[in-house]
Design a protein around this ligand. Sequence first.
Ligand code: PLP
Length: 494
Amino acid sequence: MRYISTRGRAPALSFCDILLAGLAPDGGLYLPESYPKVSPEELARWRGLSYAELAFAILSKYIDDIPPADLKALADKTYTADVYRFARRSEQRKEITPLIWLVPEKLGLLELSNGPTLAFKDMAMQLLGNLFEYALEKRDDSLNILGATSGDTGSAAEYAMRGKQRITVFMLSPEGKMSGFQRAQMYSLQDANIFNIAINGMFDDAQDMVKAVSNDAAFKAKHKIGAVNSINWARVLAQIVYYFKGYFAATRHDGQKVSFSVPSGNFGNICAGHIARRMGLPISRLILATNENDVLDEFFKTGCYRPRSAAETFVTSSPSMDISKASNFERFIFDLTGRDAEAVRGLWKQIEAGEAFDLSDSPCFSGVSDFAFVSGKSLHSDRIAAIKMAHECYGIIIDPHTADGLKVALEVAGEGIDEPVIVLETAQAAKFSATLEEALGRAPSRPAELVGLEALPQKVTLMAADTEAIKAFIAAVDNQPAMTSIHMLPTDFA
Ligand SMILES: *Cc1c(COP(=O)(O)O)cnc(C)c1O
C-alpha cells in the first residue's frame, strides 16, 4: 500500500515513511492510493474478533512494511483492558469500546473514552506511541515531539509517549486556561521524557510557536522535530477500527445498517467513519455534529466552506470542538472531487489566502449525499438540555461533546432514520465538571484512581510566548539530556 498526497505533487510513500511525517512536502495530507475493500466473507469473519484482533485485521490492509507478527504484537500491546480501564460499569471492564443501548436496538452510545485521559483521542494516540517507538527502534533514530494543546490532545499524547525510549515530548499549553483537572493530568507526569511548558499567552500563541519552529527547516531537521497533530494518517487509520467494532456490537448480521453521530472539530474522527464506509462497512448515515463553531455544518448544508478568523471562533462549553478550520477536511474534499488533486490544490490556495470556497454549483457537491453525510449544530443550551435529558431518560451521565452528538442524532433521527443510530462518546463527563454542575446541579464522579489528582506534585516550566526561547529549551535538552533538570523549574499552579 502506497500513500499519496491530496495535492498530487509529492512522491508516493509507504506507511512507515509517512508515519513520522506530518504534511506531505507539497502541503497536502497523505491518504492511501485506494481504500481496501472488505468482502462480505471477511466482514462475517471479523464479527467475532476481539478489539486487538480486529485492529490487526484492519491495520494489515493499510500497512505492508511492518512484518505481520510485529504488527500483531503492537495491536495486542495497545488494545488491552488495562490500558482502557476506565469503563464505568463493572460488566464492561473487558470491552475496549463498550456499546450501551439507550433505546434498545435504536439509539446507542459507543464508549470511546475509557483510556488513560478519558477522551477518545487515547484510542489512536496509544497506538501511535507504540508505532513510533517501534519505527524509531528499527531505524535507530529518535524524535522530539513538539505540540500545542488546549487540553485533550496534549494529555493523550503525553500518556501515549511517556516513558518511551527515543521519544521526548515538548507540550506547550496556555498558562491558566485549562481546567484544574486537565492541568493536573498533564503536569503531574514525572517522566523524564515529558516536558510541560506553560506559555504566558493563549492557545493560539502556543500554536503559532509550534508553527514557527516547524517552519525553521534547519532547526527541524537538526533536532528531529515531529508532530502528533490530528492530520497524522496513523491516527485516522486507528480510528477506523471502532466504527467496525461499534457496527458489530449494534447488529446481529451483516445485512443491517447503522448510522453514527460524531461530535466533530478537526474532522479526524468522522473522516475515519467515511473511510470505514468506503471500505464497505454498511453505514447508513454519518451524522456530523458541531457546536457553535459550525464551519462544517455550514459546508454540508450549503456547499460553502468558510474557515473563521480567531475573532469569529467561539469559546464554548464543548471546547475540544472549538475550531475555526477543520484540518482533516482536505482529505474528504479530495474524495468528494473524485480525487482531483489539481482541484484540491486550487481550493486550498483560496483557503490559504484567507478566503472561502463554494462548491454549491459544482457537480461534486450534488454527490455529497452519496457520501451519506448529514449535519447539525448544537448550542450551549442544547448541550445542557441533552445532558439533563440523558440523565433523566436514560440514567446516564454524558460529557458536553457527546451531548452535542446526541442532540444532533435525535434531530436527524426525527427526520426518519430507521436503522440504529450510534452516538460516539468522545469524552467522560468527569473532565468537564463545571458544565455538568450547570446541567445536573452536581459535579460528576470520577474514576477512583484519579481522585486527588490535583493534589499531586506538578512538573511544568513557565515560558514567555517566544519562539527563540522554546528553540533554546529544545536544543538544550536535545544536546545534553542528562542536564535537563537544570532547566526544570517545578511550578505548582494549583
Ligand atoms: C478532539 C475531540 C473532538 C473532535 O474530534 P475531531 O476528530 O477533531 O473531529 C470531539 N470531542 C472531544 C472530547 C475531543 O477531544
